[in-house]
Ligand binder design. Structure first.
Ligand code: DLL
Length: 433
């Protein structure tokens, strides 16, 4: 099943022509409408007219999350706010989130990408989708929601959390598709057993899992425990949200919506393109986005691209599994967390020393994060009450900045190991099974 056969199965030559035409238009637009890009292009001595072919993309400047932060909130917009119909945000490297905006056409293109994913997974208008990605500034909930309505299926807009209720609704409403992070799906599967519900009591047949890395073993476990077929959906807010890429029935890679976002793989150190099928950092350039088109956005996701035509008939390039990141971003229960965000909270509170360790674990299929931080010597106290209230204060502050619960342990001054070289502050003990 293919949602847009003309685009998804277009010959590579035709696709190249389409990409070239769309890139030229995008570069014209940002050059004239986004001072940030005009300046960058001027610094590189290039004009929109220098972009004659899709390969000329290599002449264009890169964009990073830091650029988005430096232009917070709306500095990279290429249209007036009156054209914007939606705003989302994801974690930035410090306290400020990364903001993304959409025009009506952007929302509709994004919706089409998500519809392509769901159709490739084998979902139809007969299906009932339980959307257990978070609704809100995170793109997961609303992205999946619009895609579901667009294919004519029914939406149960659950959002994440409240697992017992999730399962009750799933059973009572006869949900046939479950959309959530793979780790939350594992948690749901375990709760199922706890509640004495059998997978045969559920009608779920398709799992739409993404927003964080997962493995073939997790796929097997989820398929087994929930009695479903599990599919990978990839995306990032800066590009649109979920729907940048999807697995087809062959599950031999993630097809990218290449007519919308042009993918490149570069060496994260030299930023030079790598040879085909080599691993490197994935970079995207918007080809149709109106509100906030980004040129050569560095995703920091490490993967490779395969341009062979897939047995499903789609010509769209296939991306390998995300192998890791070239930065230190952690994904905790689907929420992106940068250690620097935690550091900025600690530095803003005079009660603490800038000495801390972050421990990430997976307990009962749920990610947990624990922070050990040293109190300032003159503030460290044997008084339990004082320490508890200080712990509560830091916990609340972290929760409001990160959007997830962090277990805080205040430790004695000078008790954390000091490093002689580059400090190792993050211990990610999750074994991605
Ligand atoms: O996670 C969008 C999304 C929502 C994708 C729902 C899929 C489903 P961000 O919060 O901006 O957006 O996080 C983007 O998450 O750069 C990857 O590192 C990681 N990621 C997303 N999907 C996958 C996946 C959403 N299928 C960041 N496999 C990306 C591995 C993924 N990592």
């Amino acid at each position: 099943m293919i949602w847009n056969e003309h685009i998804e199965c277009m010959s590579r030559e035709q696709l190249r022509d389409l990409q070239t035409a769309r890139l030229k238009e995008t570069v014209e637009r940002v050059y004239h409408n986004t001072p940030f890009y005009r300046k960058k292009m001027q610094e590189l001595g290039i004009l929109p007219s220098d972009i004659k072919d899709i390969d000329d993309i290599q002449k264009l400047p890169f964009t990073t999350k830091e650029d988005l932060r430096d232009n917070y909130p709306f500095g990279l917009m290429a249209v007036p706010m009156s054209e914007v119909v939606r705003i989302h945000a994801s974690s930035g490297t410090t306290g400020k989130p990364t903001v993304v905006a959409y025009t009506r056409k952007d929302v509709s293109q994004w919706t089409e990408c998500v519809s392509r994913c769901f159709t490739a997974f084998g979902a139809t208008k007969q299906d009932i989708f339980q959307i257990s990605y978070g609704y809100g500034l995170f793109t997961g909930g609303l992205g999946a929601h619009y895609g579901t309505e667009n294919i004519g299926a029914s939406v149960i807009p659950m959002s994440s959390g409240n697992t017992q209720k999730q399962l009750q609704i799933m059973q009572d409403f006869g949900a046939t598709v479950l959309c959530c992070t793979p780790s939350y799906a594992l948690f749901i599967a375990d709760k199922l057993a706890d509640m004495g519900i059998s997978k045969d009591d559920l009608k779920v047949r398709i799992g739409v899992f993404g927003a964080e890395p997962w493995t073939e073993n997790m796929r097997k476990e989820l398929e087994e425990k929930l009695g479903i077929k599990a599919y990978d959906i990839y995306g990032l807010s800066e590009i649109c949200g979920p729907g940048v890429g999807y697995e087809c029935q062959n599950q031999s890679g993630t097809h990218l919506c290449e007519d919308q976002f042009y993918p490149e793989i570069v060496d994260p150190k030299t930023l030079k393109p790598v040879t085909q099928a080599t691993e490197g950092e994935l970079v995207f350039t918007h080809l149709t986005k109106e509100a906030m088109p980004l040129l050569r956005y560095r995703t920091k996701d490490l993967t490779s691209l395969n341009y062979d035509t897939c047995a499903c008939g789609r010509t769209a390039v296939r991306m390998g599994k995300i192998l890791g990141r070239s930065d230190d971003m952690l994904i905790i229960r689907g929420v992106n967390v940068f250690p620097s965000q935690i550091e900025s909270v600690i530095l803003q509170m005079p009660e603490f020393e800038p000495h801390y360790m972050i421990y990430v674990n997976r307990e009962n299929n749920l990610d947990t994060m624990e922070l050990h931080v040293e109190a300032r010597p003159d503030l460290y106290s044997d008084n339990v009450g004082t320490m508890i209230s200080l712990t509560k204060k830091l916990t609340a502050q972290l929760n409001s900045i990160l959007g997830i619960a962090v277990k805080v342990k205040i430790v004695e001054p000078r008790s954390l190991a000091r490093s002689e070289g580059k400090a190792k502050r993050v211990f990610d003990n999750r074994m991605l099974k």
